[in-house]
Design a protein around this ligand. Structure first.
Ligand code: FEC
Length: 278
């Protein structure tokens, strides 16, 4: 019997014409103002027009499908773009399991994917040894080219304080950052948050820009552990905005590479899916 696997991810506009509909979906049906839309378009333009996220997510799905083999039927379902989770699951056999391409659980983020799928789902995989080793190796390798006084910041997407009350998101982020730091031999590191929404309510901080301002160091290395792919939040918020901020502060800036379609990490994630299907 074939098991259906829904690989879930955030999604990105398929073309420049889709940016407004995408942004409206993220805002739960409230269209953005002309100014907000222009701001988002200008960020996509700054990273080359559109995000590489669709291509990378498809490559991640392909890796998982290859590792899982013929007794699994693997499809992609997006939170904010087509094919949406609900449409993709309808194409799968009755027996379905899921995974989200983001390593840490929070009710306000992964919880929504899990609820929309309505089938057994790996809620979090921040403890996957192969993923921890990938991040630790990336940190070690970047540090080789950086000054001795380099501060390491582990970042993840911020969420509103309202959503995080009683949530395990920060605990999981602290646990995985500690495990990566231990494997990389770091004694000094901190958590920071990034990409907070443009809304008046309080979002979890410190934001990465604020955390950089407070550092007593010659350079900063950012490890965006909360994401798996090259996309807007990494290519713009870190590689452009945080880098410019570092220049203003007079410190060097570097960022660890993303997992993308790394065969070892996705092979290990496929094994977790296999265990969930048993
Ligand atoms: O490359 C791309 O085209 C898409 C990159 C992208 C990823 C991503 C991941 C996460 N988000 C999370 C939470 C929120 C909350 C809001 C929010 C808003 C946006 C906007 C864009 C956007 N997010 Fe996103 N997110 C990405 C892109 N995100 C664009 C809208 C404009 C802006 O604020 O920049 C606020 C919604 C609201 O206004 O009510 C909350 C979380 C993740 C990581 C987990 C995951 O991947 O699902 C959490 C990638």
């Amino acid at each position: 019997m074939t098991t259906g696997v829904l690989v879930m991810a955030y999604g990105t506009p398929a073309s420049a014409d889709d940016v407004e509909a995408y942004y409206t979906h993220i805002r739960r049906g409230r269209p953005p103002t002309a100014e907000q839309l222009e701001d988002l378009r200008s960020r996509y333009n700054a990273i080359g027009g559109l995000s590489p996220l669709r291509r990378v997510t498809e490559a991640q799905r392909d890796r998982l499908a290859t590792a899982l083999g013929d007794s699994f039927c693997v499809e992609l379902g997006y939170k904010h773009a087509s094919p949406f989770i609900e449409d993709a699951v309808a194409t799968l056999p009755d027996d379905v399991i899921g995974v989200v391409l983001a390593p840490h659980y929070s009710r306000g983020s992964i919880g929504e994917y899990v609820e929309r799928l309505g089938h057994p789902t790996i809620e979090s995989w921040h403890d996957l040894p192969e993923w921890i080793e990938f991040q630790a190796a990336a940190v070690r390798s970047e540090l080789e080219a950086l000054p001795a006084r380099t501060a390491v910041l582990f970042t993840a997407h911020s969420l509103p304080e309202r959503v995080l009350a009683g949530d395990r998101y920060e605990d999981e982020l602290t646990t995985s950052a500690g495990a990566i730091a231990a494997r990389a031999g770091l004694d000094d590191w901190a958590l920071a948050w990034q990409s907070a929404g443009r809304t008046p309510e309080p979002w979890r901080g410190p934001d990465v820009l604020e955390a950089m301002t407070d550092l007593d160091a010659d350079s900063v290395l950012v490890c965006p552990q909360g994401f798996t792919a090259d996309h807007l939040e990494v290519l713009y918020d870190l590689d452009i905005a945080a880098k410019q901020h570092a220049e203003k502060l007079g410190i060097a800036f570097a960022r660890t590479p993303m997992v993308n379609d790394d065969a070892t990490v996705l092979g290990a994630l496929a094994e977790r899916l296999r265990s969930l299907s048993r």
